[in-house]
Design a protein around this ligand. Structure first.
Ligand code: HEC
Length: 139
């Protein structure tokens, strides 16, 4: 072989090697993403480990009930609510507050917070609502 022919051959070999290397790494990536799809989604893991207190903070209850849940102009204090509620009642209340409006306490709230409505949280997982309820019952 002449010298130029050797150079051409060397480059060809180099290109083929690079091509094969690229394909090999691509397949690894594919396998990685397949493994990723089989693992549990992040949100499920974290929600398992969140305490009722953290949920209350994250969901935004503090906005109206205050950062110590002692109440603001937008919502009543939640300290001592255990006197009035069981865990299951609280879960039902959080899912559908409007169905609990008939008691005297709530008539007072209507006058005190005429422009604010306790939102319904039926989009939150019942398990998480259970944790929130349990936390409220410790206040
Ligand atoms: C937009 C303001 C607002 C937000 C946000 C809010 N609340 Fe309320 N909440 C109220 C108001 C106002 C009342 C009083 C009842 C009414 O007028 O609907 C109330 C009432 C309550 C009561 C009944 C209190 C009692 O005396 O029995 C509980 C329990 C409660 N909220 C829990 C929560 C929790 C837990 C969250 C967060 C997941 C939350 N609230 C988020 C405004 C709010």
């Amino acid at each position: 072989m002449t010298k130029p022919q050797i150079w051409v051959a060397a480059f060809l070999v180099l290109f083929i090697l690079l091509f094969l290397l690229q394909r090999a790494t691509k397949q690894e990536e594919l396998q990685d993403s397949k493994i990723g799809m089989n693992t549990v989604p992040q949100s499920n893991i974290s929600s398992e480990n969140i305490s009722g207190k953290d949920l209350v903070a994250r969901v935004g209850c503090y906005n109206c009930h205050g950062s110590n849940l002692t109440g603001t102009v937008k919502g009543p204090s939640l300290i001592g609510v255990k006197e009035f509620w069981t865990r299951d009642q609280l879960i039902n209340y959080l899912r559908n507050p409007n169905s609990f409006m008939s008691s005297d306490r709530f008539k007072d709230y209507k006058e005190k917070y005429p422009n604010v409505m306790m939102p319904s949280y039926n989009n939150i997982d019942v398990k998480d609502l259970g944790k929130i309820a349990e936390y409220l019952l410790t206040l």
